[in-house]
Structure formats: C-alpha cells, structure tokens
Write a protein that binds this ligand. Structure first.
Ligand code: CMC
Length: 430
C-alpha cells in the first residue's frame, strides 16, 4: 500500500520522509519545516511562486477554475446580496451576521467614525500634490498614538480596534481628498450607511449638497466586497510578516497599505486608467499597445492583465465588468476609455502571446472605470482598494496572532557574495 501521508526526498543516496498536508478543498502541500535541520538544505523559491506561508481558513481561491470564496461563500453571491460591512463581519467573525448582529456592528462602525481633531492638522502639512496612499499609510500608522491598544494582549481589544480601523480609514481617505481639493472637511453622519457616508464626506460641499444615490452606494458596496480579501497576496503577506514581529496592529496595516501601493499590486487600478488615457491620446491605437505588451524588449505591460494565481478569468473581474456596464448605464455616462478597454480585452484574448501565458483581465481592469463614473479621481483608486482590503488584512492578522504555531517570519537566503576577505585599512586601499 503506498503511504499517502508522506513524501520521500532522496538526497545524496539518503531518503528523507516529509509529511504531506491537505486542505479542506484539496490543496496539497509538502511540509518542509524540518528540512534544513534534517538535511542541511533549504528550499529556494524566488517570489514565493510555490511556497505556502501559512494555513488559513479565511479565503479559498482556485486559480485554474476561477473560483473565489470568503469563509466558504461564493464571491458572486456575496457581491450580489450583501453590503460591505456584512462581508467585513463575515471575514472577521467567520460567520454571516444575523440582523441584530449586523445592526450592532453598523452602529459601532458609526460610533468610531470621527478621528481625533489633532490628527486633522496633519493633513495641512502635506503638499497639495501628495499621494493619498502615502497620506493613508502615515495616518493609519499614527492612529496608534491616539488609540493605543488598551491591554498588553492586542487580541483582547481586537473587536474594538478592528472596528475602529474600518471606520476611521474611510474618514481619513475622504478627508485627504477634501484637503487635496482645498475644500472644507465634511464630517461623518450617523444616519448614513458605510458607503453613503464615505460618498457624502467626499462630495458634499457647502453650496452643492450631495445627494447619496442608492445605485451609487450599491456599486461601491460591490467594489469593496470584491476587494475584501484575496488570501496570501503581497500586501496581506506583508501584514502577516510585519505583524509576526509583534508590532502594533496599526503599523502592520500601514505596511500593508504601502505594499498595496505598487503598480504590480493594488496600484494597477490607477495604472490601468493612465494606460487607457495614453492610448486614447494616441488616436486610440489599441493595436500598437498590444504589440508593445508582447514585445519582451519593451518594459510596457498591459496593466490590469495577468495574475500570479488565476490562469483563467479573474472571477472578480467578470463581476466588475458587468457592474461597469450597469452603473455607467444608470448614471448615463459614456466613457471612451471603456470602449478602449473592451477593444484591448477583445484583441488580447485572441492573441497567442496572451493565450499561452494565461493572461486574462484581472480585478483592476474595469474597476477604475466605475470609480471614474462615481467621480473618484484616479489617484484615489488604490485608496479605494485599501478600504476594501482592510477587513481581509485584519482577519488575516488575527488568524496569524491566534495561531500558536506562528513564529516571526524569517525567510532564508542562498548567499552568493564574496567569501571571507581580509580587512584592508583605509590608508592601504587602492
Ligand atoms: N502584460 C504583458 N505581459 C505580461 C503581463 C502583462 N500584464 N503579465 C504577465 N506577462 C508575461 C510576462 O512578461 C511573462 O512573460 P515571459 O514568460 O515571456 O517572461 C509571463 O507573462 C509571466 O509573467 P510573470 O511576471 O512571471 O508573472 P507573475 O505571476 O510574476 O506576475 C502580475 C503577475 C500580476 C504581477 C503580472 O501579470 C503583471 O505585471 N500584471 C500587470 C499588473 C497588474 O495588473 N497587477 C494587478 C494584479 S491583480 C490585483 C492584485 O491582486 O494586486
């Protein structure tokens, strides 16, 4: 009978037995945690293409089939039937809230919406062109000075701290926009929902009161839900790694925000719009940019295309594409960038280069077009991603801290530098 619970590794004529691990959905892994101790060998996996960094019960992703589930629920069902705070509760508590739980959670989020008035002065000292992502990471990091964890064990206060963060990040994001526009701040209102409040804080003006439209609120809820978690991506792994050093939760989330900023990660939503605008200004010459993306000597890539894990359509991208058509229709917006995006997708999906590399539109390809239609400027797109991703980061941080097997994250390396050298005093150096 073959032993299905172990793998064998033959190294220099000796056989080592390694335990196999299987997840609830059939993910298979070889546990190599004792490999170095037993064999003297480490594994080498640049970019962690083949490395599981943890076991997690939060999000399931099947990149071959294009499946995404939070806590077992299909992303399509959550996006079509839930509001964002309901999904945040699901990620953090492992279950969907009942009506009373949701009411209490919304109420608590509402109560934490203000930020300390002293923090408002911080906004005055950024240059007007400052990146909203840098402001967001600084302000979130600063929260630890105003709202320190109340006990030595951050898990004790986790519900309060995580709710506080989910609420305040929205206020910080809207205030940074208002400051950049030179407009007076609009404070949160207790009578508005999470997304309605955000939109009102962004767009209400003394002379032009903002009307919160339910269709716009619904579109924003959907976008935030679709971004709420995505297992061990770059920013989430950053939150876990930084968190494993024992820093306060605000510092870990701030680190995640910085990781998300990159154009290969969350920053891709802004990069997509920049790319579409460039193509539009270049006579909408889609063919030219497809050829540039295929040219390996050209650093240009199709932003919003390709994914480390999905080798088919990103399920989030499919939902967003449909939502994009719907909301632009409702708002009666005709955006030439949407036509360019559609043509890029249509051509790319037929080209050998994209087919053989399994490059499909990802979550970022159409999301920026919706944000534009809602009036959100492109330098705020990645901030929107951060608002959506926050419950996921928090749930992953909590899972990491509750896991008794967690140790400080500390990858190894294969050293390729100089061997030991004799020190040369300054006067003798050539
Ligand atoms: N345009 C053109 N070629 C591409 C693209 C693209 N967008 N993405 C990957 N390739 C090519 C790449 O050049 C490589 O070709 P070759 O095998 O000839 O060297 C091959 O496809 C594999 O690419 P890779 O860079 O090894 O794949 P990766 O898994 O390391 O990178 C990625 C994944 C998302 C960083 C990459 O696809 C990319 O840069 N996409 C554009 C940026 C983007 O849209 N990022 C958002 C990702 S989804 C949101 C999120 O979770 O952050």
């Amino acid at each position: 009978m073959p032993d299905n619970s172990t793998a064998e590794l033959r190294l220099h004529g000796k056989t080592y037995t390694l335990p196999l691990v299987e997840g609830t959905m059939g993910d298979k892994a070889i546990d190599i945690s004792n490999l170095l101790k037993e064999t003297g060998y480490m594994t080498l996996d640049s970019g962690y293409k083949n490395t599981g960094s943890c076991a997690s019960a939060i999000t399931f992703l099947d990149g071959k089939e294009g499946v995404l589930r939070y806590r077992g629920y299909a992303i399509e069902e959550l996006a079509n039937n839930c509001i964002f705070v309901e999904v945040a509760y699901l990620l953090l508590h492992g279950k969907l809230p009942n009506e009373a739980e949701l009411r209490a959670y919304r109420d608590l989020i509402g109560r934490f919406a203000l930020i300390h008035e002293d923090m408002i002065h911080f906004f005055d000292h950024f240059p007007s062109h400052a990146s909203p992502m840098s402001i967001l990471s600084v302000m979130v990091n600063s929260l630890c000075n105003f709202y320190p964890e109340m006990s030595d064990d951050p898990l004790v206060d986790f519900d309060v701290t995580s709710t506080r963060l989910i609420s305040k990040i929205r206020t910080i994001a809207a205030f940074s926009y208002k400051k950049s526009m030179g407009q007076p701040l609009v404070y949160p209102r207790h009578d508005l929902c999470y997304c309605g409040n955000f939109l009102n804080m962004m767009f209400d003006k003394p002379v032009h009161p903002y009307q919160v439209r339910p269709e716009v609120v619904a579109a924003l809820n959907k976008l935030l839900i679709l971004h709420a978690d995505h297992e061990q991506n770059c920013s989430t792994s950053t939150v876990r790694l930084v968190g494993s050093a024992g820093v306060n939760i605000y510092a870990a989330i701030s680190a995640g925000i910085n990781a998300l900023w990159g154009p290969l990660h969350g920053g891709a939503n802004e990069a997509v719009i920049d790319m579409l605008e460039t193509i539009y200004a270049d006579d909408s010459n889609v063919r030219k940019y497809i050829d540039k993306a295929k040219d390996r000597s050209d650093p240009f890539r199709l932003s919003g295309f390709g994914h480390r894990v999905y080798k088919t359509f990103d399920p989030r991208g499919k939902i967003i594409k449909q939502a994009c058509d719907e909301i632009l229709g409702v708002l009666n917006v005709s955006d030439p960038l949407l036509d360019i995006a559609r043509r890029l997708e249509e051509i790319a999906l037929k080209e050998e280069y994209f087919i053989e590399r399994n490059l499909y539109p990802n979550v970022d390809f159409y999301s920026g077009i919706i944000y534009r239609a809602l009036g959100i400027p492109s330098n705020m797109f990645t901030v929107m991603f951060a608002l959506g991703r926050l419950p996921g980061w928090l749930a992953q941080w909590k899972e990491m801290r509750e896991d008794s097997t967690t140790r400080i994250g500390r990858p190894r390396q294969v050293y390729t530098g100089e061997p030991a050298r004799k020190f040369v005093p300054l006067a003798e150096r050539k």
